[in-house]
Design a protein. Structure first.
Length: 173
């Protein structure tokens, strides 16, 4: 189960595993934090344990500079939320479409997604990107409300609103 803890204004993702063990353990390997706890523990006890160990977790992760770069600051998430909101509003008017829901989540497999239920999900990882790159992802997902594929019409629609979209798309790699 994916979770997050905050330490020194940094958001640190971790995986929580409940298992038939007696004690609690925290593992930090290759930039990943795993917390293993006994089934019997209540959420409050688990959170207290992790909070007490947050400095230790942060110090372990700090030994890998690339990992610290990936940690997203709360202000960066707020900025992302504001940009996504304004771009959704902009393209809802221009495209004459409106998603049912818009979420910002920690997704690993993509920068954004649009479900057949017309729900748009934007990756939290975009918080580190420049505004035009975020705009491209929002426009991409909004265009899926018109075309649920990557057809020529879909790409032409994106290009009609953001002619330099290929430049921003390239910055996602």
């Amino acid at each position: 189960m994916k979770q997050e803890i905050q330490y020194k204004e940094k958001i640190i993702p971790y995986e929580l595993i409940k298992s038939p063990i007696k004690n609690m353990y925290i593992y930090v390997r290759e930039g990943r934090v795993t917390v293993k706890v006994p089934y019997r523990l209540k959420d409050k006890e688990i959170q207290e344990f992790i909070s007490k160990k947050s400095k230790w977790i942060y110090d372990k992760l700090k030994q890998e500079p690339k990992i610290v770069e990936k940690m997203i600051e709360p202000e960066e998430v707020e900025r992302l939320e504001e940009i996504v909101r304004t771009k959704i509003e902009k393209y809802a008017i221009l495209l004459k479409v409106m998603p049912n829901k818009v979420r910002i989540k920690d997704i690993k497999y993509a920068w954004g997604s649009c479900s057949s239920n017309r729900n748009i999900t934007i990756s939290k990882k975009l918080a580190k990107k420049e505004e035009k790159v975020i705009e491209y992802v929002v426009l991409h997902e909004m265009c899926h409300l018109k075309y649920m594929n990557h057809s020529k019409e879909f790409w032409n629609l994106i290009e009609s609103y953001l002619p330099e979209y290929k430049t921003y798309r390239a910055l996602l790699n």
